[in-house]
Design a protein around this ligand. Structure first.
Ligand code: GLN
Ligand code: ZN
Length: 759
């Protein structure tokens, strides 16, 4: 049996690409220096895979920022505003990714969206009616050749034309199908280029096939590929899917002249059944996604080999593949020096997964793998009793009842009371919580981590920063203050450190977007709060001012979704365990005099099942209650806020309202504002703070611009229900741009408030 890897991480084991790109942005290194680092990284990644004997290694899985953005640029999908800057190619690319503000012009970044059910974000291509889609770049060719020169025959991977068209945003009247012809031509040219280079296999990623598709969608998909595949030359084409099953189009897919079909048998619950029911064509290779590309757990060889055996009855040629790109897991356990062996033995990161693939390929050839030592060793670890089990937590979770999830009195009554108690102005201004994580802030943390300073010295600095942050906000005239979140750089890790059952890594970074990486902690055992987490910081901040300071917590669903979860108990059980811990923290904050508490659910939508039919069975049915569990015990006047990092919750607007928060803030500046209609139409009860500017970009919005946004918001939102805030935390921004932006925000709110009060 041979193996295939859908894609490999690219930021580097030590996040080299991130640091190099950031240097490039600051003008500290030039394009050649950045490229040199990229080349070295690609080489290193090829070697890892080659060493483990992976047969089908991907090239072009590398990206400076994002693969969809690469494809957009490759296909000439570059909106006029970026071209008009007249920057060089790389800088135009980065302008699309990050926005641009300089002598050449002032443009916003493209919208960014979550990549299916992961914490990776892609840049949304914008297609306007007059755009001519055509192949204008050569990156996939260059990267293929680069690998070739290293002695490797790779399979270039590129996002497929159908998924690209489906993910793009259309500015004019034309839609996906109107660009099908152009896409077919562009991808044909691409295939022609590959053919000329002697490429053997090309991988088209079409993850959109695992979403709910209409008949029209399937028709478009078929139309594109039936024509495209006629022009494939000598290249073999692998249609790659992941993150789910292809229930809407399995029979269509197998009817098209692909040479290989990649299916995910882990997240794609129905794929096995589909293969069994419909068979699998003899002339195609099944790239069986059996090695989990998303989790960090050691693979249970038994499960993989059993599914493989079942598949063998239907498919003649099977390649063992990862279930998705390894982009979503950290690099290697080798970088972890502090984990105890008892814990570490349960994990496998990207590099270790490659070794697992090698062992699995070996076992697959064995006449009786159950007798092989590698198999026995694997089973021994996978079946051993785990550390950190807590009977008491298990019992508490099992005993939760309806009243634990219900806050009283009803929201309207609470909101009225809160208005009376806090005397907030119309359109209260606030921020989402974090303030810039400056060098000073980072230095304090790293000195503490390295043991150069003790906890007392560390906290002293944090308190100083909080002090200055409160003064700054007062100076800016913000209404509801925050303490700045200097004690954390990550909204999950910080909480996890105060929860039993959590395990931390040193270098297990995963790319979230562009140069931003996250290091999700691992839920290893039963979770419970060990000690108060934020109380000291929040109460200190509150002691400095007469204004209200928001307590700042991360909600259970987000903590869960941004952790690597266990696989031996349900997500619901984990969410409730964390919910109980956060509830204890909420009550302690309230007790300490914090009247407004924000519980962030930035990642609530992240793990929404990709298909609608699965939303309420096994996700929202516990996710929304888990949030309510956190705050159902507070007093009526305690104001509960929540925050989400996206605005596309139109479809679950009822559920969002059912979280029963008093106020919600959300990202609304990068995407379309259709959410506002949904808020209006659904008679949304929660007060709302749609972010009025984009914090993912260093750009400073002007007062006029913000005023316009607010005016627009007021056409849809009741004036007593509108809050004014940026669209997310400010931690990734610099001080100067943050203060300038907030000053304009407060000013815009003031102008609009004065006008509203007059009429
Ligand atoms: N309170 C967090 C912050 O301000 C929220 C971050 C987020 O939504 N991702 O940083
Ligand atoms: Zn956010």
């Amino acid at each position: 049996m041979v193996s295939a890897v859908i894609g490999f991480p690219r930021v580097g084991k030590q996040r080299e690409l991130k640091f190099a790109s950031e240097k490039y942005f600051r003008g500290e290194i030039n394009k050649q220096e950045l490229e040199k680092i990229a080349i070295e990284l690609r080489k290193e990644h090829f070697i890892y895979q080659k060493e483990q004997g992976i047969t089908y290694i991907s090239s072009n899985d590398f990206s400076y920022y994002d693969g969809i953005l690469d494809t957009a640029v490759l296909l000439n999908v570059v909106p006029e505003c970026y071209r008009a800057l007249k920057l060089n190619e790389l800088d135009t690319y980065f302008a699309m990714a990050r926005g641009y503000q300089g002598a050449e012009g002032d443009v916003k970044a493209l919208a960014m969206k979550k990549w299916f059910n992961t914490n990776y974000h892609y840049m949304v291509p914008e297609i306007s009616d007059d755009m001519k889609i055509e192949l204008v770049g050569d990156k996939p060719f260059v990267l293929y050749q680069e690998a070739k020169e290293l002695g490797l025959e790779t399979k270039p991977v590129i996002i497929g034309p159908f998924t690209f068209l489906k993910l793009a945003k259309y500015q004019g009247t034309k839609k996906a199908k109107d660009f099908a012809e152009d896409m077919i031509n562009a991808y044909s040219q691409l295939l022609e280029g590959f053919h000329k280079l002697g490429v053997k296999w090309v991988q088209f990623d079409e993850p959109i096939l695992v979403t709910d598709l209409t008949g029209e969608d399937i028709e478009l998909f078929e139309q594109i590929y039936q024509r495209l595949l006629k022009r494939k030359g000598n290249c073999k084409i692998l249609l790659q899917t992941y993150f789910g099953d292809v229930r809407d189009c399995y029979s269509n897919i197998i009817g098209i002249a692909f040479d290989g079909i990649g299916l995910d048998f882990l997240e794609g619950k129905k794929n096995l059944e589909l293969v069994k029911q419909n068979g699998f064509p003899k002339d195609k290779i099944l790239f069986a996604g059996l090695l989990n590309g998303k989790n960090i757990w050691k693979c249970n060889y038994k499960n993989v080999l059993e599914i493989k055996k079942e598949l063998q009855e239907y498919a003649e040629q099977i390649v063992l593949s990862t279930s998705c790109s390894l982009l979503h897991v950290p690099y290697t356990l080798d970088s972890e020096t502090k984990l105890e062996q008892e814990v570490k033995q349960h994990f496998a990161f990207a590099v270790e997964k490659l070794a697992e693939m090698k062992e699995l390929c070996y076992l697959a050839e064995s006449s009786d793998y159950t007798k092989e030592q590698v198999y026995l060793d694997n089973q021994q670890i996978c079946e051993s009793e785990r550390k950190y089990q807590d009977k008491e937590v298990q019992k508490k979770t099992a005993l939760l009842e309806e009243k634990d999830f219900t806050r009283l009195p009803k929201r309207a009554e609470r909101q009225e009371l809160q208005k009376k108690v806090y005397h907030l102005p119309l359109f209260p201004t606030t921020t989402i919580g974090s303030f810039p994580q400056t060098q000073e802030v980072k230095k304090n943390r790293s000195s503490y981590r390295k043991g150069e300073i003790d906890k007392v010295a560390y906290d002293k600095k944090v308190f100083e920063l909080i002090h200055d942050c409160i003064r700054k906000q007062e100076e800016l005239g913000i209404d509801v203050l925050v303490h700045g979140e200097y004690e954390r750089n990550d909204m999950v890790e910080f909480f996890g450190e105060n929860l039993a059952g959590y395990i931390f890594t040193e270098k297990a970074w995963v790319q979230s977007y562009g140069t931003r990486c996250v290091k999700p902690p691992i839920i290893f055992g039963d979770v419970k709060r060990i000690r108060p987490i934020t109380v000291a910081y929040s109460s200190y901040a509150q002691s400095l001012t007469d204004k209200q300071v928001k307590g700042m917590l991360t909600g259970p669903v987000t903590i869960l979704n941004w952790s690597f979860p266990r696989e031996d108990i349900s997500l619901k059980e984990m969410a409730y365990q964390i919910g109980i811990a956060i509830r204890e923290e909420v009550l302690d904050l309230e007790e300490a005099g914090i009247n407004i508490i924000q519980i962030d659910e930035a990642a609530l939508k992240e793990k929404m099942p990709i298909r609608k039919s699965d939303w309420y069975s096994g996700y929202l049915d516990w996710a929304i209650p888990a949030f309510r569990l956190c705050h159902s015990g507070v007093r009526p006047e305690t104001q509960i806020h929540t925050h989400m990092c996206y605005s596309e919750f139109e479809e679950i607007i009822r559920d969002i309202d059912n979280m029963d928060a008093d106020v919600i803030s959300f990202e609304a500046s990068r995407s379309k504002l259709t959410i506002l209609d949904a808020i209006k139409d659904s008679e949304f009860e929660t007060e709302v703070g749609p972010g009025i500017y984009d914090i993912h970009s260093p750009r400073v919005p002007s007062v006029e611009e913000l005023e316009e946004v607010l005016k627009k918001l007021l056409t849809k939102i009741d004036k007593d229900k509108l809050w004014v805030n940026p669209d997310c935390g400010l931690k990734t921004r610099g001080i100067a741009e943050t203060e300038a932006s907030l000053k304009n925000l407060v000013e815009a709110a003031k102008i609009v408030r004065e006008k509203a009060e007059k009429c």
